[in-house]
Each structure stands twice: as C-alpha cells, then as structure tokens.
Design a protein around this ligand. Structure first.
Ligand SMILES: Cc1ncc(COP(=O)(O)O)c(C=O)c1O
Length: 346
C-alpha cells in the first residue's frame, strides 16, 4: 500500500502529519478525557502555551479547520452591516465558498493587490462610507500571512496596518494558515509578529505545517472574545473529542516543532526555486519568500510534469504554476522534480 506514493507540490496540506503529532495523537487516545475540552487539564496546558507566546491578555480557542477559524473570527467581531476589507486573492474572499458572507451576513470589500498584500492607502477609499447609512461600515482588515501569492508581510507593514485600523476604529485580523512559514521567513517570533505589531485576532494554522487537522483562533485581548464558545458551537466547529486537536497543538509548540517543519519547507522552496530558474525556458514569476514557488514553465511540459508530480496551474495565460513545499519535502523530491522537468523540456 505504501511505496510509489510520490510527493506532490500541489499544496502543503497534501502532506501527512509529523511523526511527533502522530505520537501525540496515539498517546492521547489512551483512556478517557472530558469531551469538548471542558475542564480538561490538557486544555489549560495548551492555552498556557499560547499565553506564553501571545501574552496573558490573550485567549485561544481550537477549531477544526482554517475556514472555520477565519469565519468565526469575522463573525465574532462584526455585526452584519459591518464589512471586512481583504485582498481579492485572500482565502477568505476566494476560497471559502461564500461561508464568510453566509455565516456572518457581512460583506467582504476586496482590494486588488498584485502580490497579495494590502496597503493602508488601498483601504482609505472605503472610509468614505463611515457614517453613511446606505453603505456597509468597514470594521475589520484581514490579511493573510503568508499571503496566497507566497509573499510575506514585514513586521513594519503589519504594524502600519494595525495602526491604520485602530486609528479608524477598525480591527486587524491575520489569517495565519501559514504563520509558521512567515515567522521563519522573517526570522522573528510569533510575539514580535503578532503582539508587538498590534494584531487583534489571529487564525493560527497547524494543518499546513504538520498537524493532521486543527487550527486555533487567538484573540490578543480576551475582551473581544466574549461569547466565542457559543459562536463556535453554533457554527459547528466545536470538536467533541477536542483532546485530539489540543494534543496536536501541544506537540506542535513543544520543542519548536513548528519551526523545524517550516524551516524545512521554506528551505526546500528556496532550493526548488534556485534549481528551476537555472533550467532553460523556466523562470520564477515571483521571488521565493516562504514555502511557495511561483514559476513560468514551458507550456508543453506542464501536463506531463503534473502527471509525475502533481501541482496546480496558477495562471493559465502566463503558464504560471504554483509549487508548494511541505515540512516533509526532501532534497530528493526536489532533485526528482527538477530532473523530470529537465527531461520533459528537451
Ligand atoms: C491562506 C489560507 N487560509 C486558510 C486556509 C484554510 O483552509 P481550510 O478550511 O481548508 O483548512 C487555507 C487553505 O488552503 C489557506 O491557504
């Protein structure tokens, strides 16, 4: 059953779970634990780990998936006539099946960015609606770190957006499905990236970097988290066997597993980018910033290469593809992919 399962470069959630996470799942499977994480000492252990990173004023909740984390964060902070500003390319806007609008009633005001990153001046125009009863009221800015285009907001850029949000009575949400890759890319801690910049709420990802499933919603100030448990239950994101999510996060934050995994994924993306760009007829369409490689390939080889190592075409007109590296991508995987590309291109 096992061998012959070639790695893909389709997405970082095509990989499995880290051995440390599998061990944590196996260990926590033994015996009985309180359901829903209620009065479970394990929950307190996990929350303490999050408080050690995000401060004593923070409060963390665990959910099943990234869409759930994002939608619940928005639903917690907005009333239906309030709006969230996000990049057009944001997962929240393009890839959540309309769940944000359906579950929150709120409109997404999207911004064209080119590289996935929003700048404060692009939000400025929406502020004219404030106080005008015919328009939705912009209340939340949501950014993805890393972005869907593989780019990374600098600490200064996040701080600027937080200051802009707060000076306009808005809040800042970070979709951190790939926050570990971003922290490694910036060589900073989560505290520096999120707390010190003034972020209000974070979807803290795990699935894309070695968890089997599970994400966390971190409110940097517990005052804005009031009632979140009801919000989560109503939206069907309260896990009955919560211990399986919590145990994974404890393993993830212990011994810097998050960092080791993201370091490997980012390093493999650098290697892949460097090697591909040396092949005649291949070029990078963006600099490699974290664990995603965006490249232009000779059009005639794309389907044949996909048959050997699956990946997604990002922009058909430009023959641009997206290649994602994972915590378990190896140098041999890169060599195999690059030599297949070289062979097919002749
Ligand atoms: C930027 C971003 N946010 C959130 C998610 C989480 O999505 P899911 O609901 O599939 O866990 C993803 C997954 O593709 C993503 O790329």
């Amino acid at each position: 059953m096992k061998e012959n399962i070639r790695k893909s470069f389709a997405s970082d959630n095509w990989s499995g779970a880290s051995p440390e996470v599998m061990k944590a799942l196996f260990d926590i499977n033994i015996g009985h634990h309180p359901a829903y994480g209620e009065n479970d000492t394990l929950m307190e252990t996990a929350r303490k780990k999050f408080r050690d990173i995000f401060g004593n004023e923070s409060l963390t909740f665990f959910v099943y998936n990234g869409t759930g984390a994002n939608v619940l964060a928005v639903r917690q902070l907005l009333r239906p006539w309030e709006a969230v500003v996000a990049a057009h390319s944001a997962h929240l806007n393009e890839d959540e099946g309309g769940a944000p609008e359906a579950l929150t009633g709120s409109k997404i005001l999207s911004v064209e960015t080119g590289n996935g990153k929003i700048k404060p001046e692009q939000i400025q125009a929406f502020l004219n609606s404030i106080g005008f009863q015919h328009h939705v009221q912009p209340r939340l800015i949501s950014i993805s770190q890393t972005t869907e285009m593989g780019t990374v907001y600098s600490i200064g850029e996040i701080r600027q957006l937080a200051e802009f949000a707060h000076s306009n009575n808005m809040l800042l949400h970070v979709d951190g499905a790939r926050i570990s890759n971003a922290a490694v890319a910036l060589n900073c801690s989560f505290t520096e990236m999120i707390c010190d910049t003034g972020v209000d709420v974070l979807s803290f990802g795990g699935t894309k970097n070695g968890l089997m499933f599970g994400e966390a919603v971190v409110f940097l100030n517990k005052n804005i988290a009031s009632g979140f448990e009801y919000n989560r239950k109503q939206a069907m994101q309260l896990a009955s066997k919560m211990r399986f999510i919590i145990a994974q996060f404890i393993a993830y934050l212990e011994n810097d597993l998050w960092k080791r995994n993201a370091t490997n994924a980012n390093a493999m993306a650098q290697l892949l980018g460097a090697q591909l760009s040396r092949l005649p007829g291949f070029s990078l369409s963006r600099a490699v910033e974290a664990n995603g490689v965006f490249a232009i390939l000779p059009p005639e080889i794309i389907e044949k290469l996909q048959a050997e190592y699956f990946f997604h075409v990002w922009n058909e007109q430009k023959n641009e593809v997206r290649l994602m590296c994972s915590f378990d991508t190896t140098e041999q995987d890169i060599e195999g992919f690059v030599s297949a590309a070289r062979r097919l291109a002749v």
